[in-house]
Design a protein around this ligand. Structure first.
Ligand code: 6R9
Length: 653
C-alpha cells in the first residue's frame, strides 16, 4: 500500500448477499467471462434480458469498423420490451410511474395504463402521418407525456430526438433542421418552481426561423393552460386527437440496429452532434446496468432526478426502469421548490429505495441544509433508501461523504457512474453489492467494458500515471454514428492517433496505483461541464460573436464550488472597452443574448472586457493564460511572446 492509500467503504453484507453481483469474486468472474468469450458474454445477456421477435444469429459485426453492428439480424420492439411484456407477465397492475408535479400533486400510472397511453399516442402519431424511420422532435417538460411520447415513437419505429425544455428557439431550430424531423411534440408550457414557463411560443419562434420545413405537424400537450397560438393545419391539441385513438397498437418490429433515438450533445468544435443510438444493443445495456449497477428488485422504488432532455433521462427514466418492470418516481419540478427539502421529502413520501442524482444538486443542497436546519435531511425519514447513485461529473470527496452519511445513513453504497451520451449507459462504476468504494473514484469498468488509460500514441499507461481514457472494444450500447455526419463520428471517436482502434471518451483519467481504480480527471477537449451539463466553449463563443456589439470572444471554464465548472467569457467589443460604470449593463445584455441563443444554462457566470485578447505573435489566443486569469491566479509564466501583455491587467476581473 502506498502512503496515500484512501479509506475504502464496503458494501453492507445484507445488501451484498442478495445483490445481482454479490461480491468481488462474482464481479471478477463476469469480467473473466467477457474477456474469454466477448461475444458470447453479450449474446447471453441479450438472449436472457430481451424479448426478440426474431432471434439474432450474428452478435458483433466489425466488418465496417468503426461503424459496429450488434445483433444485426435480430428483430424486436423496444416499447414491447418495456411495457407489453410486463403486462403479459402479470405486472399490469404494478405502478410503473409515480409522477409528482411541481405543485406536489401525485399521479400513478400502472403498466396497463401505460400500455394504453403509449398505444394511443402511437396511433395519434400514425394518424398525423408519422411513419417508421421518421424523426420526431420532442420538446416537453418532465411529464408522463414525455415518457409516453418517447415510448410511442419506439413503438412505431420512429426515431425520437428529445430537446431539453431549457433550450432556446435557436437551439431547437438547429436540432429540428439537422434531423429533418417530420413532427414536433411540445406543450403549451411547463411548471418549474411555482412558475408557468412558455414552451409552445418558443417552438413557434423556432419554426418561424426557417430550416424547419420538414415539420408537418406540431402536437401540443395542454399543461399550464396558458393561451397559445395554434397554426391551422399544422398545430393540433394532443388531448383532442388522443381521445379518438384506439387503445391498442401493434408494435412495429424493427432490426436491432434501427435508430431508436438521436440526442444532440456538445463537442469541442462546431454545432452539437446528433448522437445516434440503436434499439437492441442500447436497451440491453439499459437493462443490464439497471440490474448490476442499481441492483433493481421487484419491490424497489427507483428515482432518477435527471430530465428526459439528457441521456440520463433516456436510459434511466424512459427505458431502463420500464424494461425491468420497476416502479419509478418521475418529478416535474426543481429540488429547491417549495424549499430545499423537496428531494428528501419525496424520498420519504414515496419510500424511494434507489436514488440517482448529480453532484451539483448534492452540493447545492448541502449549502441549503447548512444554512437552514428546516431543510436538513435529518428532518426526514429516508430509511427506505438502500442504494445511492451519482452521475454527470466527478463527485468531490466531501460531497460524497455528506451524501453517504446524511442521505444514505452510512448504510447505502454510492455508485459513482461514469458514462456519456455516446456510451448509452454506465461504463465505469462500482457495483453496490461488490465494489469497495473510494470517494471521488468511479472505481472499475462495468463487466464487459474494456476501459483503459493510454498516452497520446495509444500505449497503455502504468497505474498511477494519468492519461487519456479509451475503450478498447466496441460494446452494444455505443453511439452508432453522428447523424448525417459519419466522418465526424470517425474523427471524434475513433481518431487516427490510435489507428482507429480505440473509442476516445474525451476525458482524462488516472488509475490508482494500489487498486487500479479509475478517477476521471476532466475533459481533455474544449468541453465544459456546468452543473453536469455539457457545453462546448466554441458554441458559447459563436453565440457571443453573433451579437452586434461583440468583435471577439474567448470562453474558458473555472472550478466552481456548486456547479463544478463555471463559464468565464473574455470579450472584445467592436466599440471601446466599457467603463466600470457601463460594464454591468453590457454584461446583462450579453448574458441575456447567450440565454436566447443557446439557453439559460449557457449563460457565463463572469464576463470580462479587454481591448484585445492575449495572443501570441502568430495570433493564437492563449487559452491557458485565460484559464489562469479566470481562476484569479497570478500569471507567473513568461508572457514575452504575447503581442500585447498590457491587456492581461484589463482581463484580471
Ligand atoms: C451521463 C452523462 C458526459 C461527460 C463525461 C465526463 C462527465 C459523467 C461522470 C463524469 C466523472 C462521473 N461525467 N459522469 N465525470 N465522474 N461519474 O453525464 O453524459 O452529458 O454526455 O456527459 O460528463 O466528463 O465525458 P453527458
Amino acid at each position: 500500500m502506498s502512503d496515500n492509500a484512501q479509506k475504502l467503504y464496503y458494501p453492507p453484507e445484507s445488501l451484498a448477499k442478495n445483490a445481482a453481483v454479490p461480491g468481488m469474486e462474482a464481479y471478477q468472474a463476469l469480467v473473466k467471462q467477457a474477456e474469454t468469450d466477448y461475444e458470447g458474454y453479450w449474446a447471453n445477456h441479450a438472449r436472457n434480458l430481451l424479448d426478440w421477435k426474431k432471434p439474432f444469429t450474428k452478435v458483433l459485426d466489425e466488418s465496417n469498423a468503426p461503424f459496429f453492428k450488434w445483433f444485426d439480424d435480430g428483430e424486436l420492439n423496444v416499447s414491447y420490451n418495456c411495457i407489453d411484456r410486463q403486462v403479459n407477465n402479470g405486472l399490469g397492475d404494478k405502478v410503473a410511474i409515480i409522477f409528482e408535479a411541481d405543485d406536489g400533486q401525485v399521479t400513478k400510472v400502472t403498466y396497463k395504463d401505460l400500455l394504453s397511453r403509449v398505444s394511443k399516442m402511437a396511433n395519434a402519431l400514425k394518424s398525423v402521418g408519422v411513419a417508421k424511420g421518421d424523426r420526431v422532435v420532442i420538446y416537453l417538460p418532465m411529464s408522463i407525456e414525455g415518457i409516453v411520447a418517447m415510448q410511442a415513437c419506439a413503438r412505431i419505429g420512429a426515431t425520437h430526438s428529445v430537446v431539453f425544455g431549457g433550450f432556446s428557439a435557436q437551439s431547437l431550430r438547429d436540432r429540428i433542421e439537422s434531423s429533418s424531423a417530420a413532427a414536433l411534440i411540445t406543450s403549451d408550457g411547463q411548471f418549474r418552481g411555482g412558475k408557468a414557463l412558455p414552451l409552445k411560443p418558443i417552438a413557434d419562434e423556432a419554426l418561424a426561423m426557417g430550416g424547419c420545413e420538414s415539420i408537418k405537424k406540431v402536437l401540443v400537450v395542454k399543461r399550464t393552460g396558458t393561451e397559445v397560438n395554434m397554426t391551422a393545419g399544422r398545430d393540433v391539441w394532443l388531448n383532442d386527437i388522443l381521445a379518438e385513438q384506439p387503445e391498442t397498437c401493434e408494435p412495429e418490429w424493427v432490426g436491432a440496429e434501427h435508430p431508436l433515438f438521436l440526442l444532440y450533445t456538445s463537442g469541442s468544435t462546431g454545432k452539437p452532434k446528433g448522437v445516434q443510438h440503436s434499439s437492441g444493443g442500447y436497451l440491453l445495456h439499459a437493462m443490464l446496468t439497471m440490474q448490476y449497477t442499481f441492483d433493481i428488485k421487484p419491490d424497489d422504488v427507483f428515482w432518477c432526478t435527471a430530465d428526459i432532455g439528457w441521456v440520463t433521462g433516456h436510459t434511466y427514466i424512459a427505458y431502463g426502469p420500464l424494461a425491468c418492470g420497476a416502479t419509478q418516481v418521475v418529478f416535474e419540478g426543481v429540488p429547491t421548490y417549495p424549499d430545499a427539502g423537496r428531494f428528501w421529502k419525496m424520498i420519504q413520501n414515496h419510500k424511494v429505495s434507489v436514488f440517482y442524482t448529480a453532484p451539483t444538486a448534492i452540493r447545492s443542497l448541502i449549502k441549503a441544509a447548512d444554512a437552514n436546519e428546516a431543510v436538513h435531511p435529518d428532518r426526514y425519514d429516508m430509511s427506505s433508501l438502500r442504494i445511492l447513485g451519482s452521475v454527470g461529473e466527478p463527485i468531490n470527496p466531501a460531497a460524497w461523504e455528506w451524501y453517504y452519511e446524511n442521505i444514505g445513513g452510512s448504510r447505502c453504497p454510492i455508485v459513482d457512474t461514469f458514462w456519456q451520451t455516446e456510451t448509452g449507459g454506465h461504463m465505469i462504476t462500482p457495483l453496490p453489492g461488490a465494489t469497495p468504494m473510494v470517494p471521488g473514484s468511479c472505481t472499475l469498468p462495468f463487466p464487459g467494458i474494456q476501459a483503459a488509460v493510454v498516452d497520446e500514441t495509444g500505449l497503455e499507461q502504468p497505474w498511477g500515471q494519468g492519461g487519456i481514457l479509451v475503450v478498447k472494444r466496441p460494446w452494444p450500447s455505443m453511439i452508432r454514428t453522428v447523424w448525417g455526419d459519419p466522418e465526424r463520428f470517425k474523427t471524434s471517436y475513433y481518431p487516427a492517433d490510435f489507428q482507429g482502434k480505440y473509442y476516445l471518451a474525451g476525458d482524462g483519467a488516472i488509475r490508482d496505483i494500489d487498486t487500479g481504480y479509475f478517477t476521471i480527471t476532466g475533459r481533455i477537449d474544449d468541453v465544459l461541464n456546468v452543473s453536469g451539463h455539457r457545453m462546448g466553449t466554441m458554441e458559447i463563443e459563436s453565440a457571443l460573436v453573433a451579437h452586434e456589439k461583440v468583435a471577439e470572444a474567448a470562453v474558458v471554464g473555472r472550478p466552481d464550488d456548486t456547479t463544478g465548472e463555471a463559464i468565464v467569457a473574455f470579450v472584445v467589443l467592436k466599440g471601446p472597452r466599457p467603463s466600470e460604470a457601463d460594464a454591468p449593463a453590457v454584461i446583462k445584455e450579453l448574458s441575456a443574448w447567450v440565454a436566447k441563443e443557446i439557453g439559460p444554462i449557457a449563460k457565463p457566470k463572469d464576463i470580462r472586457f479587454g481591448e484585445n485578447l492575449p495572443k501570441t505573435r502568430s495570433g493564437k489566443i492563449m487559452r491557458r493564460l485565460l484559464r489562469q486569469l479566470a481562476k484569479g491566479e497570478e500569471i507567473t509564466q513568461d508572457t514575452s511572446t504575447l503581442e500585447n501583455p498590457a491587456i492581461l491587467d484589463q482581463l484580471k476581473g
